[in-house]
Design a protein around this ligand. Structure first.
Ligand SMILES: Cc1cc2nc3c(=O)[nH]c(=O)nc-3n(C[C@H](O)[C@H](O)[C@H](O)COP(=O)(O)OP(=O)(O)OC[C@H]3O[C@@H](n4cnc5c(N)ncnc54)[C@H](O)[C@@H]3O)c2cc1C
Length: 477
């Protein structure tokens, strides 16, 4: 018979790592399951962790690029490389990109650490949740991340606010995003293929590894398959990928934090296997946070935007009240892709990647083909995306430089679908983060968000996880 785990957390991104750290730091014992491996970066060099896997850079790119590919149209979900980095769901409604590994999205992300666009984001979501009560959870996370904007003494190259300060088309005087990043250089190869040098602040090194001998157990390469009630406790079916075997774990409390689509899959599979009864609110309120991607040939001949922090900053259009926010990054990391001709690298060096973002209506709905999501989401019902496309068109005209829109409906910010609320018909969890009608089962990741923050969401997910931790601690450790 398995020993009873007190708190089992599934997934180690912003939602999972924060719950694990806050509980263990308060004296609790936590077991955390993560389907991916620990990543081999300088930030973890001090820890004796066996069997770390490389980031998908250089010669490791072909073997470590793609963990999971799912296709809504066929209903197929495949694990392609167990230690792969990206998790891609291809869907006519909305294609979603996430990642895999201890630390979750903190390896792939651009380190932008922001509060929601609106200060009252948390008001009126469910009884007992207020914006004021959530504030200390944002503060805790931003402080732990050491988040700040770039300063002159950082000598960070290519910052939008400096490079385009006098530009006729764009306004860079908007508040710039704080970054969870150790400034000071060198400034290359630190963005969406991860940062082997460890300058990007990642959750494995910040929150998890330091707690390994203080009450935290991390089972890496362990994928949760389903959860079901067993008497007063929870039974979790697990695939132990390290030993290629199935395991069952028993826990008093389970916290789902597998990232939005994977948490929804876990709920769906558990529902189908009869482990959870029916969850009428499952799949409602899906949001892509208004993401629209484009490429902008912003540089002068020979200019090179490849160097810099993971995100170079953000801007709006000049003389255009209400113009949406556009975030910019260089093709930082492209040098870690082997085999690209030097001429091509130089050719793309003066392009910026732009990500338009804003508060969409969070009106998507997830259907299913087997256990593979089918995302019902329509851009024309989400006006913010039209405003972003229109701003990109104006940017091209006013700057006189080419803007290429990336095909529609791709998001790196899938959110909602198991959102917080008071009504079990339209939401999945209550104000404590506990699944309606299922005491002891909690959700702390992006799937719980009740609406689009309109800014990069990791701090809002972390704040929600802090709030859930508070309730877990209140029920005893
Ligand atoms: C290219 C890119 C850039 C981004 N830039 C930013 C940014 O600058 N700022 C920002 O705020 N956000 C950014 N994001 C979004 C941010 O990364 C996510 O919103 C955030 O990581 C979500 O946190 P989470 O806890 O919900 O899930 P995740 O961080 O995705 O963590 C989930 C973890 O659970 C694991 N897992 C999944 N299924 C299972 C299972 N069945 N069993 C066990 N483990 C499982 C996964 O491997 C993963 O490690 C970016 C995302 C991408 C892809």
């Amino acid at each position: 018979m398995n020993t009873l785990i007190d708190t089992l957390v599934i997934g180690s991104g912003f939602g999972g790592s924060v719950v694990a750290a806050r509980l263990v730091e308060a004296g609790a014992k936590v077991t955390l399951l993560e389907r991916g491996p620990w990543r081999d970066t300088a930030a973890l060099a001090a820890y004796a962790l066996p069997d770390k896997a490389p980031l998908p850079q250089g010669r490791h790119l072909p073997t470590h690029l793609l963990r999971q590919l799912s296709v809504a149209a066929t209903g197929q979900t495949s694990t392609l490389q167990r230690d792969g980095f990206f998790d891609i769901h291809v869907d006519g409604g909305m294609t979603c990109v996430a990642s895999s590994g201890v630390g979750g999205g903190s390896h792939v992300y651009l380190a932008m650490n922001m509060r929601p666009e609106q200060a009252d984001y948390w008001e009126g979501r469910a009884a007992g949740i207020t914006a004021a009560a959530m504030e200390p959870h944002y503060d805790w996370m931003l402080q732990r991340m050491g988040s700040r904007t770039a300063q002159a003494q950082d000598r960070a190259p290519n910052l939008i606010a400096e490079r385009f300060a006098d530009d006729a088309a764009i306004d860079t005087s908007v508040p710039q995003p704080a970054l969870g990043f150790r400034f000071g250089g060198p400034y290359g190869n630190n963005a969406f293929l991860g940062d082997t040098a460890g300058r990007k602040v990642t959750l494995d090194a910040l929150l998890l590894a330091p707690l390994l001998d203080r009450g935290l157990t991390v089972l890496d390469r362990h994928e949760a398959v389903s959860v079901s009630r067993e008497g007063k406790h929870w039974r979790v079916e697990v695939r132990d990928e390290r030993h290629d075997r199935q395991r069952f774990l028993r826990a008093r409390r389970v916290v789902l934090a597998a990232g939005t689509l994977n948490t929804l899959r876990l709920l769906r599979r558990s529902e189908r296997k009869g482990g959870l009864g029916s969850l009428p609110g499952l799949g409602q309120g899906f949001s892509g946070n208004g993401d629209v991607f484009a490429l902008w040939r912003a540089g002068e001949q020979g200019e090179d935007f490849r160097a810099g922090p993971p995100c170079l900053g953000r801007f709006t259009l000049k003389d255009e009240p209400g113009s949406p926010m556009l975030y910019a990054l260089g093709l930082n990391g492209i040098d870690a892709i082997p085999g690209l001709p030097e001429a091509l690298r130089r050719r793309v060096a003066d392009w910026l990647v732009l990500v338009g973002m804003g508060r969409d209506e969070a009106n998507g709905r997830i259907g299913w083909k087997g256990d593979t999501p089918r995302i019902g989401y329509q851009e024309h019902n989400n006006p913010v995306m039209g405003r972003i496309h229109s701003a990109l068109g104006k940017l091209a005209r006013r700057s006189g430089r080419r803007v290429l829109a990336v095909p529609p409906s791709v998001t790196v910010h899938p959110l909602g679908g198991a959102r917080v609320g008071d009504d079990p018909q339209t939401s999945v969890i209550n104000h404590r983060g506990e699944v309606h009608g299922h005491p002891g089962l909690y959700i702390s990741d992006g799937s719980a968000l009740p609406a689009a923050p309109g800014t990069p969401p990791s701090m809002t997910i972390a704040a929600w996880a802090g709030h859930v931790s508070q309730h877990l601690l209140a029920t005893g450790i």
